[in-house]
Design a protein around this ligand. Structure first.
Ligand code: ATP
Length: 200
């Protein structure tokens, strides 16, 4: 099986995340996509204001109709800082014979070599850079790979994608200011936010 791995804070999950998940599943012909909300992201210094349980519940609502999407609590259950090399090592143990593809935004790709134990990550999974309108070309990706990970170029792939201009930050601000987020957030997720009085 071909399995994608999609991490994020998802505070809250929004229509951009959904579109991203749908497109990478399609374009990379994934059998499954594992969505992993992070406990405490090393790349984002801000603390999440929402409980892990709420973020997990909202992701569950967003993806409940997608049978190929599995929302995993593995980083949340582990707690503390979530390092990708640890997560992919565990996933490799769980899925010893499958093709695992870790998906990341192209803005993150060019600093991938500064992550903790990037060689371990590359040994366990392939890296797919999701680029916007060829912003990172195959040639650039190849040059980056050869410079930092000689001989491992084939571990990097590209998937082109046009993001929707939405962020969780924008959603949180809108909710706080009593503005509508219709169309930006799934209706059930919106209900959950209202019920739990999140982001006020
Ligand atoms: P915040 O505003 O709190 O920083 P965010 O909206 O960027 O959050 P994350 O939880 O950090 O959301 O997103 C996880 C991943 O989802 C990102 O690394 C990115 O790859 C993808 N993503 C986020 N927003 C969008 C979007 N609008 N369209 C497509 N993909 C997105």
């Amino acid at each position: 099986m071909r399995i994608g791995i999609f991490g994020g804070t998802f505070d809250p999950p929004h229509a951009g995340h959904k579109k991203y998940a749908d497109e990478v599943r399609n374009k990379l012909s994934l059998d499954n996509l594992i969505v992993i909300p992070t406990a405490a992201p090393p790349h984002k210094q801000k603390k999440t204001s929402t409980t892990a349980e709420d973020r997990l519940n909202m992701l569950g609502l967003l993806f409940e109709k997608d049978s190929g999407v599995l929302v995993s609590d593995m980083e949340i259950a582990r707690g503390g800082r979530s390092y990708t090399f640890e997560t992919v090592t565990l996933l490799r143990e769980q899925y010893p014979d499958d093709e695992l593809i870790f998906i990341l935004g192209s803005d993150m790709l060019l600093s991938f070599h500064t992550w903790k134990n990037p060689d371990v990550i590359l040994e366990k999974v392939k890296i797919c850079a999701v680029t916007r309108d060829g912003e990172i070309s195959k040639k650039m990706l190849g040059e980056y790979a050869e410079k930092h990970f000689p001989g491992k170029k084939e571990r990097f792939i590209i998937c082109d994608f046009e993001p929707i201009e939405i962020s969780s930050t924008e959603i949180r601000e809108k909710v706080k200011n009593g503005l509508s987020v219709e169309g930006l957030v799934d209706a059930q997720v919106m209900e959950y936010i209202k019920e739990k009085e999140l982001y006020l």
